[in-house]
Write a protein that binds this ligand. Sequence first.
Ligand SMILES: [Zn+2]
Length: 258
Amino acid sequence: MANVIPDAWMPNADMERIHLHWTAGGHSANATDKKSYHILVEGNGNLVRGNHSIERNAPPPRSPRASHTKNANTGAIGVSLCCMRSARERPFNAGPSPMTETQWNKGLQVIAELAERYNILVTPTTILTHAEVEPNLRISQNNKWDIVRLAFDDRFRGPSGVGNEMRARVAALIGGAGPDGDGDDDGKMPDDARLPRFRVTDVAPSQLNFRRSPGGEKIGSLPERTVVERIGVHGEWWQVRTRLGYVGFVHSGFLSPV
Ligand SMILES: [Zn+2]
C-alpha cells in the first residue's frame, strides 16, 4: 500500500480510535473544517491537514485540540470528508456537494494508514463513523448522521450498514489488497479470497487469545474451529482477520491451514 499521508502528519501518540465524519460543507476544506478535524479529504481526493496535530487529542484531555465528536475526542483521530452541504437525511438528498466515490476511497485509505501507524484494531468501537459513536460507544451525539448514506452507492445504509462496509474495506487495505474496482487503481489487485486461511486447532477446552499486538494486550478470544485469514506474519505471532472484520494477533502455534 503506497502511503498517502505525509509522515509529518502522524506524530508519535497513543491514539485509541478513528472517527470518520463528513463536514456538511462544500467540496473544499474551509477554516472551520481545519479547526475541527485532523485530516480532511476534499471532493477530488486531495488531503488537507487540520490545524491541530493528532497528538493534541491523545490522552489526557488537553486544549486546544480538534473537537470533532461531542464528549469523545480524547484518544480519537478525526478524519472528515468535505461534502454534504445542505444534505437531508429523509427523504435522502445529498445536496449540491455530494460525497464523491473518489473521496470515500481516499478516506478509507487514510483510515487504513492511520490504523497501521497507531496500531488501532479494526473493530466497531475503534474505527467507526460519527453516526456509530452513539450506538457503539454509548455517547449521545444529537442525531449526527455522518455517515449513514453514500451519495454514489445506495447499497449501504444506516450506521452499521455503512460502518461495516468501511471496516471491511479498511481491513482489506491493511491486508495489502487494493481497492475493489474503484476506478483510480488498476482494479486488478488480489481480492480477499487470496489471503491464506487457517482454523483454530488444539486450543479446546480453552480459547485462543486475540491480542492487540504481538504478545500484547488481550482484546478477545477465538473458539476452537474459528476460521481466520492471515494478514501478516511477525515471527510466531500472526496478524489475522476474522469473518466479521476484526483484526488482531494470535499465536501461530494454534492455527492449521484450511
Ligand atoms: Zn461528525
